[in-house]
Design a protein around this ligand. Sequence first.
Ligand SMILES: Nc1ncnc2c1ncn2[C@@H]1O[C@H](COP(=O)(O)OP(=O)(O)OP(=O)(O)O)[C@@H](O)[C@H]1O
Ligand SMILES: [Mg+2]
Length: 537
Amino acid sequence: MATEHKRSSKSEIEDLIKARYSLIWITSPEETRVEESLRKLCVEREMRLEVWSITEGFKTVANGQGTRDVKDPMKAIDHVIRAEGRALFVLRDFHPFLKEPAVVRRLRDAAHELRKTKKSLLVLSPITKIPPELEKSISAVLDWDLPNRMEIEQAARKVMPNLPAATQQVIESDPTFMERVVESALGLTLVEAENVFAKSAVRTHTFDLETILEEKKQIIRKSGLLEYYEHREEFSDVGGMEILKDWLVKRRAAFGSRAKDFGLPLPKGILLIGVPGTGKSLTAKAVGALWQMPLLRLDVGKIFAGLVGSSEENVRSVIKTAEAIAPAILWIDELEKGFSGTQSSGSTDGGTTSRVFGTFITWLQEKTSPVFVIATANNVSALPPELLRKGRFDEIFFCDLPDREDRRQFIDIHLRKKKRDPGQFDLDKLVDATIDYSGAELEQAVIAALYDAFDTGGDLTTEGLQKTMNEIVPLAITMREMIDNMREWARTRARMASSRSKGNTKPAGWMARYGAPTANLGDKGPEPDDDGRKLEL
Ligand SMILES: Nc1ncnc2c1ncn2[C@@H]1O[C@H](COP(=O)(O)OP(=O)(O)OP(=O)(O)O)[C@@H](O)[C@H]1O
Ligand SMILES: [Mg+2]
């Protein structure tokens, strides 16, 4: 799976230079790594590379030697404008000086002047903070990639000599070992990877995958936006939804080279919408286990919260990390919380939401890296229509309330999870008692009955379960209108996650107390057609 699907930042910058882009902004926290790539590029292209910092002025680091004592930012730009020949100039940490109107003005002049020359000026900064006056003059903004497999392997090999000789031999004798080590550190910067390898070497005297992965989880969590999610849920924990599950099972091997050679396109992602508590989040988590891929959970709210970096920066950083870890699953839970109201955002937040959303949509549409997106939402009306257009997601699945057969599976799953034998229970009765209950409510009923049984000193029984089930009023009743609207929406726009639909015979417990709903919610609808779509609800 070592195929690199994306163009490297080094070749991207090479194209920009060939195309005579005069002023380029590079965002990366990895100054040394970026400069090393630029140095190689300049050596290959026989260009001079001069690097500036406020403490040292300019220093020539490729195709030449020497320093230029121009620590003052204005003088530094002047030097670039006047310098001779084919050259690249890097300004380190220049963003604080862009608060000065004169510096901004001079940089704009430089951008204009340099267009007629074979010189390019690169602003290298850990953040993208471009003053509006400068935006038009910066011909490209490039977010430098995180290290690829090869670079991570080099970092590991640097640490190797510190391991006991016997361990080194073991590592060398197993060709897949290094691959797994590298995989476990993808998504980190080079320095972070080196530190993680060193820590593992000190603690375990080898490259211990658990240690490395644990460190990576911590580092990713610290970024505040993503969570590296552990596989706790098994795919078999998900009841019902056979169409969705079948779709996912069929794509299990879609990220390997065999699928690519066969001509299969890379799956992009799916959007799961539907009734609360029907297993959307559960499915997302379970896919990680099914596909044996790392799962990154994105907190959409935090992108906009302003606690960590700017919103635009955040979304790019998330994409960068996911692409570095790829093949990976990016799980965006409760999508509507972040991207609702993008149409009107121009008036409320200066258009930030729209811009962030635009970045995300473009990436979703154009991405060539094996990052599979699973987005979940239950308020479809809040989602911008652009998101739902063809080409963004492979499929939109609608997760409805479970029917009889689904509920039987759910109850079975939850009894087994609590180490009870479903064969000891009258499942028909329980299925009858739970018309229009969601998966979450079924789970809740099982847990409540367990508490009752524990309290009275007995064990879980069908009667105990019936009792707690009768006590729950399903959300389907209080949210009937919302669910009806959602179904109406999904009828023409989404694919049903579950195919079965069978009638109920007996009223659920709450019905005795609250009366039957005018339209039965979960257990109705015609048989699906071959495609699994219910044409009418
Ligand atoms: N299809 C299912 N099979 C088994 N258990 C389920 C299923 N759906 C829901 N559950 C149970 O309900 C819990 C909550 O479900 P989950 O969080 O996946 O719902 P959701 O669809 O994401 O809801 P929301 O829209 O509120 O986010 C799960 O952890 C699981 O225990
Ligand atoms: Mg959820």
